[in-house]
Design a protein around this ligand. Structure first.
Ligand code: SF4
Length: 316
């Protein structure tokens, strides 16, 4: 299937997904990838589907959705692989422009050192780039790149892209327990993101079944530390935890509100007290959530934070 969805996305609203490369066509073979190992990693862009074929599939889907009265916020290139491997991505975006819907590309950024790829991505309205680490050894461990790729070139390419890009640039960093969560590694990523200056830096965790069983979700303390370290360099940082509800609308149910917000970022003690005051809730709501294993108290630089708990120790 070339199109899927639309799926509700916190980042993109109602996003109609486009598979412009066949599953597993990727430059990486990340240890946390949900689409399984990639025996044939590729690093040279080439044609897959024709732009016209993708255009027709999207046209049909949009027509059906419009007839059903469904709204679409973004056409999103988010295949089970790397969208920039498709040498026709630029031409396809050009054709899709006629629908008058914004276009997003979720890329691992590994081909952005190539001028043609940068130029193609420039024409998207919204781009996400993967920055799991800036340490070449850890990069080989976590992203398992094609042997022709070089991390310094990729990082330079990302900075060059960011300096000229007029759309919305975001970054995504997957945190895998014990692999890229050490403070020094996260600080390296934070320093790089400080230069890249994405509109929002998303921190994700492997909440869905990954390729490798050894992949584990980091502990809440680690997640909070990573959040704070990246916050020191980038204005807007959010968790991307698979929760796609409306994180900031008050439901009148304080426990639900706390869970929604902590799915996006840690909450300071004072912020929780403020929330409770608004709904005339008592602190025992928080105690009960901690007791039920839904929330955890963490400390960072003398302050108390509350962070959502995720199942650990199990294969996620
Ligand atoms: S970049 Fe994405 S599709 Fe490619 S291996 Fe990593 S997680 Fe899987």
């Amino acid at each position: 299937m070339i199109t899927f969805g639309p799926v509700p996305s916190r980042r993109l609203g109602r996003s109609l997904g486009i598979n412009n490369v066949p599953p597993k066509s990727c430059t990486y073979s990340c240890i946390y990838c949900q689409v399984g190992p990639k025996p044939n990693k590729q690093a040279v862009p080439r044609p897959f589907y024709s732009p016209e074929e993708i255009y027709r599939a999207v046209e049909l889907r949009i027509a059906a959705l419009r007839e059903a009265g469904e709204h679409i916020d973004f056409l999103t290139f988010v295949p089970d692989g790397e969208p920039a491997l498709d040498v026709n991505l630029g031409r396809t975006m050009e054709l899709l422009r006629s629908f008058g819907i914004r276009i997003a590309v979720i890329s691992n950024g590994s081909l952005i050192w190539q001028k043609e790829v940068r130029e193609t991505l420039m024409s998207a309205d919204w781009v996400s780039l993967k920055v799991d680490t800036v340490d070449a050894g850890v990069w080989r461990l976590i992203n398992r790149p094609h042997s022709n790729l070089q991390l310094p070139c990729i990082l330079d390419g990302m900075l060059e892209f960011a300096s000229g890009y007029k759309g919305i640039l975001t970054s995504e960093t997957m945190l895998v327990d014990g692999i890229n969560t050490r403070d020094s590694l996260v600080t390296g990523v934070a320093d790089f993101l400080g230069k890249l200056a994405p509109e929002t830096a998303y921190l994700s965790i492997p909440i869905r079944p990954p390729t490798e069983e050894k992949v584990r979700i980091p502990g809440e303390e680690q997640l909070n530390r990573a959040y704070q370290l990246v916050c020191n360099r980038v204005g807007e940082v959010e968790y991307l935890t698979g929760y796609e509800g409306n994180a900031f609308s008050s439901t009148g149910d304080t426990a639900m509100d706390i869970l929604s917000i902590t799915a996006v970022h840690p909450l300071r003690e004072e912020a929780i007290l403020e929330l409770l005051a608004k709904t005339e809730g008592a602190w025992n709501i928080v105690e009960k959530m901690i007791e039920d294993g839904k929330l955890r108290e963490c400390r960072y630089e003398g302050r108390k934070f509350y962070i959502r708990c995720y199942p650990r120790g199990t294969e996620c």
